[in-house]
Design a protein around this ligand. Structure first.
Ligand SMILES: Nc1ncnc2c1ncn2[C@@H]1O[C@H](COP(=O)(O)OP(=O)(O)OP(=O)(O)O)[C@@H](O)[C@H]1O
Length: 724
């Protein structure tokens, strides 16, 4: 730390920006902007809303990459491998509150303290100091219970916590009363005047006049710097009494684009004429155009001047300097080893968040419970109480009566009728699922089939048959009714065979089903679907939770703040994975207890493998959630994307119907989905009792790992490309 301070003390300026260009898509926001923030000074950045102040600060803290130009913060490029910007060299207060609303003041500060590597004693001492300095209420008060101004002060405290050498404050005094504003400025001035540990401050503010308290102000408009000097020299040069008036004058001048501005000296003239502050010496101006010696980039000063001139003259093809960053450095920065300390801080933060949002946590656990209970209760069980109109006109024996008596009364609710037409009319009115009709000499004709098989007439065959008139509008109901009648018929016929001293099996078609080699003897549709349903629930709950968590954190600026504090995206992700593992383990336990124990879904294989598959599945779901969070800007679109991916997966993954029934092209597509091989693997373990050596089982693990790696890489690549 001593070495670090020493090397910082030898710096010329805290921030040096040269010919910066930055835009979003085709919209140019900052064009050819150069500035220099002296060490140990307060630098006020002023400008109207939308002029690009926040964009500039985000480039400085390393959250946005310039389109071209050069930035040096504490001597090095922000984001350079090993440089602590983003990180502990800066204290950043973003414009958004960027605070965890369910945290207490103390928990909020502890989170950032841990990231910066401070120990508990140090953090506690700083918390007490800052609570006192910023007149914050009790440190155990929850953030959402604070007023807007108090919340802004907590946000300010986060930036001051680790006493960084450079403070970047985006609108710190919005919503705070004048007394406190004065107190904040007083504290900033004390910090910059500390000879042992001087702090440099960049501050944006809407209250232009308060910037008079700073050592230097820069006036910005439409992404350009109109003036940069000390407040006193600006006021005297433009002969105004307020900075606001100076600013207006400069704006009018810029707006009217007066070609000959000899009446109003240029920005350079201001400094030349008045020599406003010590930092702006000729030497420094020369340094402005020559980057630090350690830099890989060498900006030719003549070119730089020419380029600035071209830009000012509005020449579109002015050459822009893009600082080269070697591929190996990018790669090393991309995959730099995560820090256990920062992951620990993220995990503590996520667990605290989870504890505070107990309702949400209960929802996370109750959702899979409700889904699996509803699935086991409603899907795959045989329909029962099916209304069946029965017309038994058999008057030649007991077989008709026996058949009626053999119908399974759980499945069928018999509605006796005497007239066939009336019974059919009932079905046509949807009052019953079918009619079972036996002709008057059913017993006699049926018996004839076995006693006089050689001389059987068509009439006898018809009269000895069971006649069915069905409502076939429901495939499942029809199938169950037909199976129920067939079973009853086989039973009655078996009795007839026995009476005739024949084997009762003669009543059945001669196909013998031996005990199954795999699966169960009496498979149910529920058991076919259950493995896939467990996979779907775990996969998409993880997807939804991760997508929404990251989208909300990004939207509220929480992600940005952590990243500027030095946490990498990988560390945030790993922290989230560890916390999510707790939720996923609970969800998996609930799902398995309910399905395997409460609803008696049989498991032939290893429960440990089932748990491992479930966790792999949850991890792939999380990876998809992360990708969705990168692609979506708000929670609604993230949820829609999660649901949008869920339905095709549900239909195409062979969860509801075997994939063998699909057209060939869709079958191939189905194999490529993240849930198909996972569901098959789960089914192989649960129903077939396979272990890890079976292809269908390990393929599930390979698929889950492959998808996780692919989705994570895609998300991280997009994060890099889009500068999220
Ligand atoms: N992520 C983004 N994508 C696209 N455009 C953006 C993005 N962020 C900012 N902009 C646009 O860039 C311009 C400058 O925005 P910026 O937030 O830097 O201005 P500002 O000076 O900080 O304004 P304010 O004082 O209101 O915060 C605005 O026109 C804004 O709409």
């Amino acid at each position: 730390m001593a070495d670090e301070n020493q090397s910082l003390n030898t710096l010329d300026s805290a921030i040096q920006v040269t010919s910066l260009h930055k835009g979003y898509g085709r919209q140019a926001v900052i064009s050819d902007l150069s500035l220099q923030v002296p060490l140990g000074k307060i630098y006020g950045l002023l400008g109207p809303s939308g002029c690009g102040k926040t964009t500039l600060l985000k480039c400085i803290v390393g959250r946005l990459r310039p389109d071209s130009g050069l930035i040096r913060v504490m001597g090095q490029r922000p984001g350079k491998l090993g440089h602590k910007v983003p990180g502990s060299l800066i204290g950043y207060m973003p414009q958004d509150l960027a605070l965890y609303q369910e945290f207490t003041i103390s928990e909020t500060l502890f989170y950032f303290g841990r990231i910066f590597g401070m120990d508990s004693v140090e953090i506690r001492a700083r918390v007490d100091f800052l609570v006192d300095l910023l007149k914050l209420p009790c440190k155990d008060k929850l953030i959402y219970r604070l007023s807007g101004g108090q919340q802004r002060r907590v946000s300010f405290a986060c930036a001051l916590l680790h006493e960084p050498p450079l403070l970047i404050l985006d609108e710190p005094t919005v919503g705070v009363d004048p007394l406190l504003r004065q107190c904040i400025w007083h504290h900033l001035k004390t910090m910059v005047s500390n000879a042992q540990k001087p702090t440099s401050v960049v501050i944006t503010t809407h209250y232009i006049e308060e910037a008079r308290e700073g050592h230097m102000v820069a006036l910005m408009r439409d992404g350009k710097l109109l003036a940069e000097s000390s407040p006193e020299s600006l006021l005297s040069f433009y002969n105004e009494t307020s900075l606001e008036a100076v600013f207006l004058k400069l704006c009018h001048r810029d707006k009217s684009k007066v070609a000959d501005d000899s009446s109003l000296p240029s920005l350079a003239n201001v400094d030349d004429a008045k020599q406003p502050i010590e930092a702006e010496t000729e030497d420094d101006n020369a340094k402005k155009e020559s980057p630090d010696p350690g830099s890989q980039y060498s900006l030719d000063s003549a070119n730089s001047q020419k380029q600035s001139q071209q830009a000012q003259e509005g020449q579109p093809d002015a050459v822009k300097y893009v600082e080269p960053v070697s591929f190996s450095e990018s790669l090393r920065a991309f995959v730099q080893p995560p820090s256990a300390r920062r992951i620990g801080a993220v995990v503590i933060k996520d667990v605290t968040n989870m504890r505070r949002r107990i309702g949400f946590l209960l929802f996370e656990f109750s959702l899979p419970v409700v889904q699996i209970v509803l699935f086991c209760l409603c899907i795959g069980r045989d329909p029962n109480g099916l209304r069946l109109a029965v017309v038994n006109q058999d008057a030649t024996g007991d077989l008709g009566k026996d058949l009626m008596a053999s119908l399974d009364t759980y499945t069928v609710k018999k509605l006796p009728h005497t007239d066939l037409e009336q019974a059919k009319a009932l079905v046509q009115r949807a009052g019953a699922w079918g009619v079972l009709f036996l002709e008057p000499n059913f017993t006699q004709s049926l018996t004839k089939r076995f006693t006089k098989a050689g001389s059987l007439s068509n009439r006898s065959i018809r009269q000895g048959s069971v006649h069915m008139f069905m409502d076939d509008s429901s495939y499942q109901v029809s199938a169950v009714l037909k199976q129920c009648i067939l079973s009853a018929f086989e039973k009655v016929l078996g009795d007839v065979m026995e009476k005739m001293q024949l084997h009762r099996k003669m009543a059945r078609i001669p196909i013998e089903y031996h005990p199954p080699l795999l699966g169960y003897e009496d498979p149910t549709f529920t058991e076919f679907m259950a493995p896939g349903i467990i996979i779907t629930i775990l996969f998409f709950l993880s997807t939804g939770l991760t997508a929404v968590t990251f989208v909300v954190q990004r939207k509220e600026g929480l992600l940005d703040r952590s990243l500027v504090a030095g946490v990498t995206f990988l560390e945030l992700m790993l922290g989230h994975v560890l916390t999510e593992l707790i939720i996923m383990s609970g969800q998996t336990a609930l799902l398995l207890v309910l399905s395997l124990l409460a609803f008696s879904i049989r498991c032939n294989g290893s429960v440990a493998l089932v748990i491992l598959l479930s966790l792999c599945c949850g991890f792939s779901g999380m990876s998809l959630g992360l990708l969705i969070s990168v692609l979506c800007t708000d929670e609604n679109s993230a949820m829609q994307a999660a649901l949008g991916t869920m339905y095709p997966c549900l239909l195409l993954s062979g969860i509801m119907w075997p994939t063998e029934a699909m057209p060939v092209a869709l079958w191939y597509m189905s194999r490529a989905l993240p849930t198909t091989l996972l569901a098959e693997s789960m089914r192989s373990v649960i129903s077939r009792g396979f272990g890890m050596s079976a292809t269908s089982v390990w393929l599930g693990f390979v698929s889950a790992s492959g998808w996780s790696v692919f989705l994570l890489l895609a998300a991280l690549l997009l994060i890099k490309l889009r500068g999220i």
